[in-house]
Design a protein around this ligand. Structure first.
Ligand SMILES: *[C@@H]1O[C@H](CO)[C@@H](O)[C@H](O)[C@H]1NC(C)=O
Ligand SMILES: *[C@@H]1O[C@H](CO)[C@@H](O)[C@H](O)[C@H]1NC(C)=O
Ligand SMILES: *[C@@H]1O[C@H](CO)[C@@H](O)[C@H](O)[C@H]1NC(C)=O
Length: 347
């Protein structure tokens, strides 16, 4: 008995020191040098609570790579921070061109997700196409709704989704701030700072992104575009925890060829970005295909070191095998994005 109890104590430090597999991260933001000041203002809460966040957002070279080294990230897929999708296409173009240059100069450490002007659907489709076909981007990461709170389940977005299917690249639906008409529902008998948080990273924009995935399903998008690959961050934007109920209740109204449970397994990928707890992971490991679970950090809003510490905790926890840990760390991303953890593009 005594000996058995000693074994875990003996193993723990060994696993703790064991080198982690290479890490690829997919929800890692920057701010273009042409970002309008009004948009930068949206980050006032982060500026207050995350040390050095503006410097990190605005850097696409030394500071970023040094931070990647600290968190043992071998390849970072860079994307623009939330909010740019409400501005005309020239802003997205300038931002994507900047990432293109940074990727080229990064010696294989960076890859790019396109940003797109989702408030202008035709321009968004054209810019997505340009970024993938001309700039070598590995997908898109876009604001979860347009500037008026409109979602992307309408006909006007079909050309945008068509690009994703044609080039077989994923679209990462990324939370964004409530639009003007959405904001009041987060206000109440409390401080505006609380309202701001409840509408954004403290709850609202996650629930809103989960809702968007359900709206896309309800609109029949996954019948029209059966090969579509959608990524939802933050441990799946609440969907895994509601999966059983969504599956059961959507069967009452859905006329889709594949039910939600099947679409979830086949068309949705999720990342760990910015949620550092094993509790949600236990649920996800039980109801989400292991090859659809991807490590990500949400740099610079959280640090690569915090992410690395959590990956080590996951590794030690016994919840995943070595092979599953490697899949989450980089192999799933290599397959989904056709990249190599060391930055080599697979054609
Ligand atoms: C985009 O175009 C507008 C209107 O012409 C201009 O004011 C703005 O500076 C441009 N922004 C960028 C990043 O090119
Ligand atoms: C969804 O469809 C699959 C495959 O047809 C089936 O096995 C499963 O029971 C369905 N799930 C729900 C919740 O209806
Ligand atoms: C990266 O990995 C690929 C496949 O494993 C290998 O062919 C390539 O030589 C590696 N490149 C570098 C720069 O290490």
């Amino acid at each position: 008995m005594k000996l058995l109890r000693l074994i875990p104590l003996f193993i723990l430090p060994v696993l703790g020191k064991k080198k982690m597999p290479p890490l690829i991260t997919l929800e890692e933001h920057y701010l273009s040098r042409d970002t309008p000041d009004a948009m930068k203002g949206l980050f006032k809460e982060q500026v207050q609570f995350v040390p050095g966040v503006m410097d990190k957002l605005e850097d696409l070279s030394c500071l970023r790579i040094a931070d990647m080294d600290k968190g043992e990230v071998t390849l970072q897929v860079v994307s623009h921070a939330a909010g740019l999708g409400s501005y005309p296409v020239n802003y997205s173009r300038a931002a994507n061109d900047q990432v293109y240059e940074a990727v080229k100069n990064s010696k294989g450490r960076l890859a790019g997700f396109a940003t797109a002007p989702m408030s202008y659907p035709a321009d968004a489709a054209a810019e997505f196409r340009r970024a993938v076909s001309k700039l070598g981007f590995v997908g898109a990461l876009v604001d979860n709704h347009d500037g008026n709170g409109g979602y992307f389940d309408g006909e006007e977005y079909d050309a945008f989704w068509a690009v994703a299917e044609e080039f077989d690249v994923p679209v990462y639906l990324h939370p964004t701030w409530p639009s003007e008409d959405m904001a009041p529902r987060f206000e109440g008998n409390f401080d505006p700072i609380a309202s701001n948080s409840l509408g954004s990273s403290g709850w609202g924009w996650h629930a809103d992104t989960g809702l968007h995935v359900l709206r896309l399903f309800a609109s029949g998008l996954f019948d029209r575009r059966p090969k579509l690959k959608i990524i939802a961050g933050h441990m799946g934007e609440m969907i895994p925890f509601m999966l059983q109920r969504i599956g059961k209740i959507s069967a009452r109204w859905s006329t889709a060829q594949r039910n939600f449970t099947t679409v979830y397994r086949e068309n949705i990928w999720i990342t760990t970005s910015g949620v550092w707890s094993l509790d949600p992971m236990r649920c996800i490991l039980a109801n989400t295909p292991i090859d659809h679970i991807l490590y990500s950090v949400d740099y610079p809003f959280t640090s690569n070191e915090v992410g690395l510490a959590w990956m080590k905790e996951l590794h030690r926890s016994g919840l995943v095998t070595q092979e599953e840990c490697e899949a989450i760390a980089y192999k799933n991303a290599e397959k989904l994005l056709r990249v190599k953890a060391n930055g080599t593009r697979v054609q």
